[in-house]
Design a protein around this ligand. Structure first.
Ligand SMILES: [Mg+2]
Length: 254
């Protein structure tokens, strides 16, 4: 299983520029490891968003309205994610609610995040991995395409005792762009305080957003293909791992 790691990215790149970039990269010491969140630091969970929003709305709206409100929110959410997919612009939960014409009361939002709780459990291998990387003196970053506010993510990281192991996180709800836009990768580099993208390793589960995005930004990219996401054949990871605990051995070879 571990043989899926791509030992020589130079062999599968085209043109002298790619070879030079790859050669240079292999001579640059890794300073930061930046993780995607969903499907990477959390094991992938298939979530039925229609059902989830209905469960969220049911206690907060009259019986005859809850399903309609849930459908309007889901449609707005779907449309905004589609815009992120094509334009690489970010969106927020507040925009979803505004588009759906729904007042995002504190009670509704609290119920929403609570309903997500069982789907956001951090991979048990994450904390020991992050500790080991920090012991090596590496900076730890997170870059997540998300509509959620920072507070929601930090609550999850705090619950699972990894918040203090992360040096800096960029949530795209706080910036105009989303992965694979290069500005999203620049933002997380600035946040972790590393200037050279070649000194950054990005770990993610989405070939287009994570792998293509990180490689285009000049980073090394590690794919952890554990989720049901669209393929993107042009995105060639520098390595593929099947679980987070494989990462230190891979970094040893770099
Ligand atoms: Mg992901």
């Amino acid at each position: 299983m571990h043989d899926s790691q791509c030992d020589d990215p130079r062999g599968i790149r085209e043109g002298a520029t790619g070879i030079q970039a790859a050669s240079r990269m292999l001579n640059v010491a890794v300073q930061a490891v930046i993780f995607d969140w969903g499907g990477t630091l959390t094991p992938w969970h298939a979530v039925d968003h229609e059902v989830l929003w209905r469960d969220v709305c049911t206690p907060h709206f009259p019986a005859g309205q809850a399903a309609g409100v849930a459908a309007a929110i889901r449609t707005a959410e779907h449309e905004l994610w589609a815009e992120t997919g094509t334009a690489h612009t970010s969106a927020t939960l507040a925009q979803v609610m505004e588009r759906a014409g729904v007042e995002p009361t504190d009670a509704l939002l609290a119920g929403y995040f609570e309903t997500w709780d069982p789907h956001t459990l951090t991979d048990p291998e994450a904390a020991p991995l992050l500790r080991e990387l920090r012991e090596r003196g590496l900076r730890i970053g997170v870059l997540s395409n998300t509509m959620w506010p920072r507070s929601a993510h930090e609550r999850v990281f705090s619950r699972d005792e990894i918040l203090d192991l992360i040096d800096a996180a960029v949530y795209t709800s706080e910036i105009p762009w989303a992965k694979p836009h290069p500005e999203a990768f620049r933002a997380v580099m600035a946040a972790v305080g590393v200037d050279d993208p070649a000194a950054c390793v990005f770990v993610g589960d989405r070939p287009y957003d994570d792998i293509h995005g990180a490689k285009s930004a000049g980073m090394r990219a590690v794919l952890i293909p554990n989720s049901d996401v669209p393929p993107f054949d042009e995105a060639v990871p520098d390595a593929v791992i099947t679980r987070l605990s494989e990462l230190p051995a891979l970094l040893d070879r770099w």
